[in-house]
Design a protein. Structure first.
Length: 192
C-alpha cells in the first residue's frame, strides 16, 4: 500500500512534540497568566494534531504500481543548416512509444533583417525509404538590431503506431519558409 506523505508524518510528529513540551511546561508553571497562555497553545496543538490525523485518515490507500520502464530510443539526430540568411539547428529523438521529441533553435547574425525558416523531420526505414513526415514547424526571427534574433522551441509529435515499428533512422529538413507553401510542396515530393 502507498504510504502517507512524509510531510504529513513530519507535521504530525512536530505538533505532537510541541504538545508534549507545552504539557510539561504547564505542569511546572506557577504563574496563572502564563498557565492560561500555555493552555491556549496546548489547545492549538490539539486542534492541529486532529486536523492532520483527519488528513492522514483520508489519505488514499492505493496499491503500489511499478513504474513503467523508460522508453527505448529508436533514432536520434542533430543537424545544423544555414537557411535564408540565418541558421537553424534541430535535435530530434524518436522513442519506441511513438513519441518524437525535438528542439529547434533559429537565429540570425544579420543586424537589420530576419527570416522565417521551417523544419520537418522525416522518418526512414532500414533501406532509407521515407515512411512519415512530421508537421511543418515554422519559426521566425528578427534582425539583431530589430528584435528577437534568437529563439529555441521544443516540440513533439506522436508517430502513428503502424509506422513506429519500421523506423530505423530519420532526416531533418530545414528550409527558408516565407510562406507555408513549402510544406505542401515537400509532402508532394516525398509522396507522403
Amino acid at each position: 500500500m502507498k504510504e502517507r506523505p512524509e510531510e504529513l508524518n513530519n507535521a504530525l510528529q512536530a505538533w505532537q512534540d510541541k504538545l508534549t513540551y507545552l504539557q510539561k511546561e504547564l505542569a511546572i508553571e506557577a504563574d496563572s497568566e502564563n498557565k492560561f497562555k500555555l493552555i491556549k497553545r496546548i489547545d492549538e496543538c490539539k486542534e492541529w494534531i486532529e486536523k492532520i490525523e483527519k488528513q492522514i485518515e483520508q489519505w488514499p490507500l492505493i496499491p503500489d504500481i511499478p513504474p513503467l520502464p523508460p522508453p527505448n530510443i529508436l533514432t536520434a539526430k542533430q543537424q545544423h543548416n544555414d537557411v535564408g540568411g540565418g541558421h537553424m539547428e534541430t535535435s530530434v529523438t524518436v522513442y519506441d512509444t511513438g513519441r518524437l521529441d525535438a528542439v529547434t533553435r533559429t537565429w540570425t547574425n544579420v543586424k537589420m533583417a530576419g527570416f522565417r525558416g521551417g523544419v520537418v523531420v522525416v522518418l526512414l526505414d532500414v533501406n532509407n525509404h521515407r515512411l512519415w513526415a512530421s508537421e511543418l514547424r515554422t519559426y521566425g526571427v528578427d534582425g539583431t538590431w530589430i528584435g528577437r534574433s534568437n529563439r529555441t522551441d521544443p516540440w513533439s509529435e506522436q508517430v502513428p503506431s503502424e509506422v513506429i515499428s519500421r523506423v530505423s533512422g530519420c532526416e531533418i529538413i530545414h528550409q527558408h519558409n516565407p510562406s507555408d507553401d513549402w510544406h505542401r510542396w515537400l509532402r508532394n515530393q516525398l509522396g507522403l
